[in-house]
Design a protein around this ligand. Structure first.
Ligand code: ATP
Ligand code: MG
Length: 435
């Protein structure tokens, strides 16, 4: 018998003795010694088996626990392996991301919520020098405290912000994009990307300056043109008109002093006088076209109506007008510009459109005056015209646009081949105080 079995046997015998002592059927009462011994053996054997059974189920439980532990261990080992693999992959990605940041031509830096600079790429250090543990406001702005214009709080609340920044440290202008960077520990840092737009800014400023110069130049040009037109109009009226009047007097004198019977010369004189009258009319018309003195005589609204009547009389087109009185709304200089714009629009219809109908409208609405000149003529390809070189196209449309701009508005031109042309512009009524 093994040592373990011995021990079980002893425990069984003890338990049988205790049970027997407590049992009402006492072993002593058994008929023979042999039977008593057999029953005793059987009972001990039974108890032995019960003890072994109990120990076996305990051992089974322990075995199950060990098995479960081994399973859990394996899973843990797999998880550790997986984690290692993910960490390695993450490191590779991190390295890639870092190489991209390092190779970028733009400046990149990361700031945490304590305003500490956690990362700078080489461009940042090239522009502003080494960080040396400084806060962002110290490093970039030479300030001892947070900048009043700082966008960090917006970014830390999860928003991306794009803005322009002029650095007084190096006198450069940057376009900046601040964007939140969500850390694995739950905090948010700021990733900033900035690029130098100083050259672009200079170019924009220069362009604005050129544009202003160009506008001043066209203003001077239009003013000079106006002055010159007045001078020519005056000379035409005074010199040519005067000379024609003298000529008329002379021919009349000759006609009056003819001998009776000089009918041929008399007829010639009569026709010459008619011809002189035509010239005088033409000179007056030319002089009126050139000089805006008509505005002073009858006012802008009537002058526009007069222009339209003249046009209709000359070209035989049908016209629909809707013209409000705007004389009191514009100063004299602006009235001349409106007058000239209409003059050019009508001249263009006469020269190019071959229209049957035209419509002209001048309306006020709130604090603006809107103008419209429309025809149902040949029309033209607007894009084709604007693609032409400056030397290949006329000046009329350009000067109309320029005048509209000078009046604080903008001119819209619509035209299509075979479908007519529409010119519309509106200007603010802000000049009335200058009246
Ligand atoms: N109402 C219109 N109908 C048809 N074509 C037009 C009309 N207005 C302008 N155009 C076209 O647009 C072109 C440009 O007009 P713009 O007034 O600028 O120059 P222009 O009349 O040719 O010359 P300029 O006005 O300098 O004497 C014209 O040559 C013509 O082809
Ligand atoms: Mg023209």
């Amino acid at each position: 018998m093994t040592e373990v079995n011995n021990e079980i046997r002893l425990r069984a015998e003890e338990m049988v003795r205790v049970k027997a002592a407590l049992s009402p059927e006492n072993l002593e009462a058994m008929p023979s010694e042999e039977m008593r011994q057999t029953i005793y053996e059987l009972r001990v054997r039974q108890v032995e088996l019960e003890i072994q059974n109990e120990e076996l189920s305990t051992a089974q439980g322990e075995l199950n626990a060990v098995r479960a532990l081994a399973g859990a261990n394996k899973l843990l080992a797999q998880q550790i392996e997986e984690r290692k693999r993910i960490d390695e992959a993450l490191q590779v990605e991190r390295n890639k991301f870092k190489s991209i940041l390092e190779a970028m031509p733009d400046g990149v830096y990361i700031v945490n919520q304590q305003y500490d600079i956690e990362y700078t790429n080489p461009v940042v250090e090239k522009e502003f020098g080494p960080v040396k543990g400084r806060k962002c406001y110290e490093y970039l702005h030479d300030r001892m405290e947070i900048c009043p214009w700082c966008k960090n709080q917006e970014v830390f609340s999860g928003k991306s912000v794009q803005w322009e920044w002029h650095s007084s440290k190096n006198d450069k202008t940057y376009d900046r994009i601040d964007t939140p960077l969500f850390n694995t520990c739950g905090t948010i840092s700021k990733l900033q990307i900035f690029y130098d737009i100083t050259k672009r800014k200079h170019a924009e400023n220069e362009l604005r300056e050129y544009e202003k110069q160009l506008r001043d130049l066209s203003f001077q040009l239009l003013t000079a043109q106006e002055t010159e037109r007045r001078r020519i109009a005056r000379e035409l009226h005074d010199e040519l008109g005067g000379a024609m009047a003298v000529l008329k007097l002379r021919v009349s004198f000759i006609e009056k002093n003819l001998q009776p019977g000089q009918t041929m010369i008399s007829e010639e004189c009569r026709q010459t006088l008619q011809y002189i009258d035509q010239i005088i009319n033409n000179v007056h018309r030319l002089s009126r076209d050139l000089s805006p003195s008509i505005l002073e005589d009858i006012g802008l609204t009537s002058a526009l109506k007069w222009q339209i009547d003249n046009f209709v009389g000359h070209y035989g087109v049908k016209v629909a007008t809707d013209i409000e009185n705007i004389d009191h709304l514009l100063p004299k200089d602006d009235q001349i510009m409106i007058y000239r714009t209409f003059q050019e629009a009508l001249t263009n219809i006469g020269k190019h459109a071959q229209a049957k109908n035209i419509a002209v409208a001048v309306r006020t609405c709130d604090d603006r005056i809107s103008f419209l000149v429309e025809d149902d003529g040949r029309g033209f390809d607007v894009e084709e015209l604007s693609a032409k070189k400056l030397s290949e196209k006329g000046m009329g449309l350009a000067s109309m646009k320029e005048r509209a701009k000078m009046l604080g508005g903008s001119l819209h031109l619509w035209s299509e081949k075979g479908k007519g042309t529409r010119i519309a512009f509106s200007i603010p009524i802000t000049k009335v105080e200058r009246l």
